[in-house]
Design a protein around this ligand. Structure first.
Ligand code: NAD
Ligand code: UDP
Length: 325
């Protein structure tokens, strides 16, 4: 029988965190979900509350906390541009102070700790697709910097705790991931387009829609992250996890229109400052080190996501900030 571990998931009530918790609880681990509910709500984990191996803690990672754990999945951080830009100073504190608090806990407990980093650390990339060796092109003083630079410093902290304090770390660079339990008001492109399509509101394309993203379905992503956490210690990352299928934002909008059968119209809105022109992961390393690659196409994943959006009562969701279209 596999060893039962005490596992902390920070940001555990969020979109990805709640799926991580679900998976780890199902594997029989003793799971602590920690969240301040800035961009999420208890309904994401309510189905786990009755389980004897699940515990929910309301806490902000910028403040110290003392728990006894064997592993930490450190996901706490707002991820949607509108929300992380709402209070940029808090965002950078969450990345930096939050990582320091969690790394301190990992050091004290001798726990393994994984950082949810991001493709945003590549900025508006001049190298395409992006391998982990690419150092990125990030504006240090723009509206996205609180997130991009915050995650870059978090990666630095993880590497320094690894080299200096021998903390057992992992770093995953997550590319755009979507699926059921995305917040309907998070303002990210997939949730916006589906919500707009289902309510027959204008579908808002920022700029001319020729910018690209590569969309990974959440199940593929969770599998990749778990493999990275459990891989032999000689590989700590950073490791890209994402789906290399690359689409323009206009192509995504057209696919959502086709799959929902909406009468909603496409409208163009101004392109946000520093919006990356293109993004696609090079996943050579994930294939080699983790034997991982995505299995779910954008069409398949969107069908599942649209079904979920149809099943929820959007009126039950509180917009975390006013920044959604
Ligand atoms: P999310 O907003 O749904 O989840 C983030 C969670 O962290 C939320 O539950 C939020 O309430 C919580 N949180 C925020 N600040 C906190 C704080 N100070 N203390 C405690 N909890 C806090 O977003 P997500 O998509 O699930 O993202 C999870 C992680 O993955 C984030 O670190 C994000 O940067 C990273 N990531 C996600 C994507 C993606 O496409 N989904 C891409 C790249 C990186
Ligand atoms: N976008 C859009 N319409 C929307 C929301 C986003 O055209 O209603 C665009 C956005 O400008 C970006 C892409 O979709 O080019 C992905 O945006 P998202 O906020 O999902 O994530 P990002 O990858 O930019 O962090």
């Amino acid at each position: 029988m596999a060893t039962i571990k005490r596992i902390l998931v920070t940001g555990g009530a969020g979109f990805l965190g709640s799926h991580m918790c679900e998976r780890l609880v199902a594997e029989g681990h003793d799971v602590i979900c920690l969240d301040n509910f800035f961009t999420s709500q208890k309904s994401n984990v309510v189905h786990l509350l009755g389980k004897p191996n699940f515990e929910l803690v309301r806490h902000d990672v910028t403040l110290p906390i003392f728990l006894e754990v064997d592993e930490i999945y450190h996901l706490a951080c707002p991820a949607a541009p509108g929300h992380y830009q709402f209070n940029p100073i808090k965002t950078i504190k969450t990345s930096i102070l939050g990582s320091m608090n969690m790394l301190g806990m990992a050091k004290r407990c001798g726990a393994k700790i994984l950082l949810a980093s991001t493709s945003e650390i590549y900025g508006d990339p001049e190298v395409h697709p992006q391998p982990e060796s690419y150092r990125g092109s990030v504006n240090p003083i723009g509206p996205r910097s609180c997130y991009d630079e915050g995650k870059r410093v978090a990666e630095t902290l993880f590497m320094d705790y690894f080299r200096m304090n021998k903390v057992n770390i992992r770093i995953v660079r997550i590319f755009n991931t979507y699926g059921p339990r995305m917040h309907p008001y998070d303002g990210r492109v997939v949730s916006n387009f589906i919500r707009q399509a289902l309510t027959n509101q204008d579908i808002t394309i920022f700029g001319d829609g020729q910018q690209t993203r590569s969309f990974c379905y959440r199940d593929d992503l969770v599998e990749g992250i778990v493999r990275l956490m459990n891989c032999p210690d000689r590989f700590v990352g950073p490791c890209n996890i994402g789906n290399p299928g690359e689409f323009t934002i206009r192509e995504l909008a057209e696919l959502v229109i086709e799959l929902t059968g909406t009468k909603a119209k496409l409208v163009e809105r101004p392109l946000p400052v520093d919006d990356p022109t293109r993004r696609r992961p090079d996943i050579t390393l994930a294939k080699k080190e983790l034997d991982w690659q995505p299995t779910i196409t954008l069409r398949e994943g969107l069908i599942k996501t649209i079904d979920w959006f149809k099943s929820i009562d959007i009126g039950q969701y509180r917009p975390p900030t006013p920044n959604f279209s």
